[in-house]
Write a protein that binds this ligand. Structure first.
Ligand SMILES: [Zn+2]
Length: 436
C-alpha cells in the first residue's frame, strides 16, 4: 500500500476511535499525578497506562524503578537537588514499551512525562481532576501539559496495532516521571535502562507547531544579608529592603546585556524576546505580629533567565557573576551586605537539532499532510527534557496539541487538536520508521 493510502486508512481508523481518544485524556486527567518534590504521585497513572496499552493495544510495557537503574545517580545529567528541590523516587516508576519492527527501519521514540505541576490554588472554574469537557475543550491539571500528548501517542500505538500495519523500525512508547520542576531524571533513567532510538517525538504543548530546538534556563536565588534589629541606641542596621531596588535595577540592565550577548538563531527570529530575564520572587521580613518590629536580616530575589542553544553553563554563570560583581563595584552601598547566591534548580541547556535531520523532515511532512499547510520547524519558547535525548545523540522534535493555561488554573486542551496530533504522529511514524 502506498504511504498516502496507508495514511488515509489510519486517519479514518482514528476518526472512528475519536471518542475513545477523548475518554482516554479525561481518564488520565482524573488520575492525579502531581509532582511535589521530594516525591510525586505518578504510580497510579503509570499503572493505568500499562493496563490500557495491554487491554486496548495488546502491547505489554515495563515499569522501571529509577533507583534500580544502574549508573543513574552517578550520571552527569542526574539532578540531585537539595532542600525543597530534593528528589525521592520510591514508588514512582517509569514506563516503557517497545514494539519490534520487521527490521531495516529507524526506531522512533514517543516520549511524554506523566507528572504534572501540583493543582495549586487559584480560580479553577472546572475542578482540576474532574476531566470535564465543554465545547470540545477538556479541562484539568495536566490536560495540556502533557496528558493530551501522551493520550495521542497511546492512541497512535493502538491504531497501528489494530490496523495490522507493521513498521520496519521499532516504535518505543514511554511515560516518564519527574520532568516538572526541572527534573528530567525520569527521561535520563529510560536512556540508561537501554531505550534508544534514531529519533524522538515529544508531544509537549505546541499548538501544532513543530519545534526542533528548545531554550535553556538558569535560576538563581540571591540574598542580600544584613543583621536584623532596630536601632534604639544609635546602632546602625543595614536595611536590605532599602537596597533591593539597586539589585532589581541590576537585573533590568542584565536583561538588556543578555540580548546582546546571546547568540541569535534563525529558529528564534520571530521570538520577540528570545532570552528573557525574569525576576520571579521577592521576599523580606514577615507581615506578622509574632515577629518583633525590626529591620529584616535578609531580602531574597529569584532571577530566572533563558538561554539559547549552544550557550554553555560555564559561560552563562561567568556572564552572570561578572555583571553582578561589576554592579556591586559601581554601587558600593551594596557592600554593607553579604551577597549570597544559590542555584536552586538544575542547569538546563538549550539544544537544537539540524533542521535537515530525517526526523524533522518526516514530522514536518506529516504535519503538512494532516494540517494542509506548511509547518516549518522553529525554536520552542520553553525548555523541557529534550536536552536529555540530545545528550545521547537522539534527535528530537516537539509537536503537541493546542490548549491553554499550562501550570495554571483551568488548564485545558483542545480535543480536535489531539485528533490532528494523533494523525501527525501516525504519519510521522510511517515516514520515519518505514512501513513493511
Ligand atoms: Zn511538560
Amino acid at each position: 500500500m502506498m504511504p498516502v493510502e496507508l495514511e488515509q486508512r489510519l486517519s479514518a481508523m482514528l476518526d472512528d476511535n475519536f471518542d475513545r481518544l477523548v475518554s482516554l485524556v479525561r481518564d488520565l486527567v482524573r488520575i492525579p499525578t502531581e509532582n511535589t518534590p521530594p516525591d510525586g504521585g505518578e504510580a497510579a497513572g503509570q499503572e493505568f497506562i500499562r493496563g490500557w496499552l495491554s487491554r486496548e493495544a495488546g502491547v505489554e510495557s515495563e515499569l522501571i524503578e529509577l533507583d534500580a537503574v544502574p549508573g543513574l545517580s552517578g550520571h552527569e545529567l542526574f539532578f540531585h537537588g537539595e532542600g525543597y528541590e530534593r528528589r525521592d523516587y520510591r514508588g514512582r516508576p517509569n514506563l516503557a514499551a517497545q514494539i519490534a519492527g520487521t527490521g531495516g527501519g529507524r526506531t522512533l521514540i514517543l516520549s511524554g512525562h506523566i507528572d504534572t505541576m501540583p493543582a495549586g490554588g487559584g480560580d479553577w472554574t472546572h475542578p482540576p481532576f474532574s476531566g470535564m469537557i465543554e465545547n470540545g475543550i477538556i479541562f484539568g491539571r495536566g490536560a495540556f501539559d502533557m496528558k493530551g500528548g501522551i493520550a495521542a501517542s497511546m492512541m497512535a500505538v493502538k491504531i497501528l496495532r489494530d490496523s495490522g500495519v507493521r513498521l520496519r523500525g521499532d516504535l518505543i512508547f514511554e511515560s516518564v516521571v519527574d520532568e516538572e520542576h526541572a527534573g528530567a531524571n525520569g527521561t535520563l533513567a529510560n536512556r540508561l535502562a537501554g531505550y534508544h532510538g534514531d529519533g524522538v517525538i515529544i508531544p509537549e504543548p505546541s499548538s501544532l507547531r513543530l519545534f526542533h530546538a528548545q531554550k535553556g534556563f538558569r535560576i538563581v536565588h540571591l540574598t542580600l544579608r544584613g543583621k536584623s534589629g532596630m536601632s534604639f541606641a544609635g546602632e546602625e542596621f543595614p536595611n536590605p529592603v532599602e537596597h533591593v531596588g539597586s539589585l532589581i535595577e541590576c537585573f533590568r540592565e542584565f536583561r538588556v546585556r543578555r540580548r546582546s550577548l546571546a547568540p541569535s538563531w534563525p529558529d528564534y527570529a520571530n521570538d520577540p524576546d528570545p532570552v528573557p530575564v525574569f525576576m520571579n520572587k521577592l521576599q523580606a521580613g514577615e507581615f506578622s505580629l509574632d515577629i518583633p518590629m525590626q529591620i529584616p536580616e535578609e531580602c531574597r530575589l529569584e532571577i530566572y533567565w533563558q538561554t539559547m542553544p549552544g550557550e554553555r553553563q560555564e559561560e552563562i554563570d561567568r556572564q552572570f557573576f561578572a555583571f553582578l560583581n561589576q554592579w556591586v563595584e559601581d554601587h558600593p552601598e551594596l557592600k554593607q551586605f553579604k551577597l549570597e547566591h544559590r542555584f536552586s534548580h538544575r542547569w538546563m541547556p538549550g539544544v537544537r537539532i539540524d533542521p535537515t535531520d530525517p526526523l524533522v523532515a518526516a514530522t514536518a511532512a506529516a504535519a503538512e499532510s494532516v494540517l494542509g499547510h506548511p509547518v516549518p520547524p522553529v525554536g520552542a519558547p520553553f525548555p523541557c527534557d529534550l536536552f536529555v535525548f540530545n545528550h545521547f545523540g537522539i534527535p528530537g522534535v516537539i509537536i503537541g496539541p493546542d490548549g491553554a493555561n499550562c501550570h495554571g488554573p483551568d488548564e485545558r486542551v483542545d480535543a480536535e487538536s489531539l485528533r490532528q496530533l494523533t494523525k501527525i504522529i501516525l504519519s510521522a511514524a510511517i515516514r520515519f520508521c518505514g512501513a513493511a
